[in-house]
Write a protein that binds this ligand. Structure first.
Ligand SMILES: Cc1cc2nc3c(=O)[nH]c(=O)nc-3n(C[C@H](O)[C@H](O)[C@H](O)COP(=O)(O)OP(=O)(O)OC[C@H]3O[C@@H](n4cnc5c(N)ncnc54)[C@H](O)[C@@H]3O)c2cc1C
Ligand code: FES
Length: 287
């Protein structure tokens, strides 16, 4: 029987007060990973499986990079894993890789931790010979991650913050409208972030006829297409985001349904986080 090597954390750094980057040993995943795919992580025996995007991978040294934002109990627990520690499981690569083609100019829109998820897509489209223009948004300057990395890949970067603490005050949709108003070249848009953000971007680009794709983040349980937890409706048809996505034509997505289903367990999620916070002292700054 082959016993897999431990998923050892070989590098960890904080990108903001709630977001950390982990480089993890996972040679089999690194050998197969493609842009747009994700892995299911488990921090401990009692922990839930959490889907997170493959941000980077290195098949030569056998590592993958993931970026995790603490939003609830399990992601908060993940952020406490120290350098040198291990993930209990890291399953993948999962999901359909993004279809790489020469669009011309690809606009990559990332909101919050969605910037981490759009980074590998921006890199893959650039490597495929496209011009990349990026639009990055966050609530405040402290929560804006990976700006330097996105600037390194992009011909132009527009930054917005809700409070105006960095870039222009406003939303990513304001920056996209600015690009459109000045007639900037845009041949396709890829958007990843909170569900309302993706929904408003889709509504904005629909009348422009701009092909727009969104990476959907429904609740996932098994990520094998069997439990139905990640069911979304796209173009009137049911799809499972874990095996049919997570990237879909944003103009065809039923966003109100996605929003309702994603909020289905909010009370239980809140309760689980409160219980975790009561029983664990915060040690985030010690790792
Ligand atoms: C394909 C995909 C890629 C993702 N990539 C990243 C990433 O790179 N970095 C990152 O920080 N987050 C990513 N997420 C979101 C991440 O999976 C959730 O934030 C995480 O599961 C929340 O777990 P929790 O127990 O900490 O929070 P909970 O208390 O369970 O929930 C908090 C919020 O997270 C949502 N959520 C809960 N469980 C899941 C689940 N299993 N799947 C999806 N959403 C869930 C809930 O709707 C809720 O809004 C991704 C989600 C998907 C589907
Ligand atoms: S997570 Fe179970 S079907 Fe997709």
């Amino acid at each position: 029987m082959i016993t897999p090597e431990p998923y050892r954390i070989v590098a960890k750094d904080a990108l903001s007060s709630t977001v950390a980057r982990f480089v993890v040993r996972a040679p089999l995943v690194a050998a197969k990973a493609k842009a747009g795919q994700f892995v299911m992580l488990r921090a401990s025996d009692a922990g839930e499986r959490v889907p997170v995007t493959l941000v980077d991978w290195d098949a030569t040294v056998g590592t993958v990079t993931v970026i995790v934002q603490a939003v609830g109990k399990t992601t908060t627990e993940i952020l406490t894993l120290p350098l040198g520690g291990e993930f209990l499981t890291l399953a993948g690569p999962l999901g359909v890789p993004v279809e790489l083609k020469r669009w011309g100019t690809v606009v990559c829109v990332g909101g919050g931790v969605g910037i981490a998820e759009v980074l590998p897509i921006a890199k893959a489209f650039k490597d495929a010979g496209n011009r990349v223009v990026s639009v990055l948004g966050a609530r405040t300057k402290d929560l804006l991650i990976l700006e330097r990395e996105m600037r390194g890949l992009s011909e132009e970067v527009l930054v917005t913050t809700d409070d105006g603490s960095h870039g222009k005050k406003g939303l990513v949709t304001d920056a996209l409208s600015e690009l459109h108003a000045r007639g900037a070249a845009m041949d396709a848009a890829f958007v990843i972030g909170p569900i309302p953000m993706m929904r408003f971007v889709a509504e904005l680009t629909r009348p422009w006829g701009l092909p727009t794709f969104a990476s959907l983040n429904p609740i996932m349980v098994d990520a094998t297409g069997m439990c139905g937890g990640c069911r979304v409706v796209v173009g009137g048809k049911s799809k499972f985001a874990c095996v049919d996505g997570p990237m879909f034509d944003a103009h065809a997505v039923d966003f109100p349904l996605l929003q309702t289903r994603a909020a289905a367990y909010r009370a239980q999620e809140q309760e689980a986080l409160e219980r975790w916070n009561k029983t664990h002292t915060c040690k985030l700054d010690q790792h």
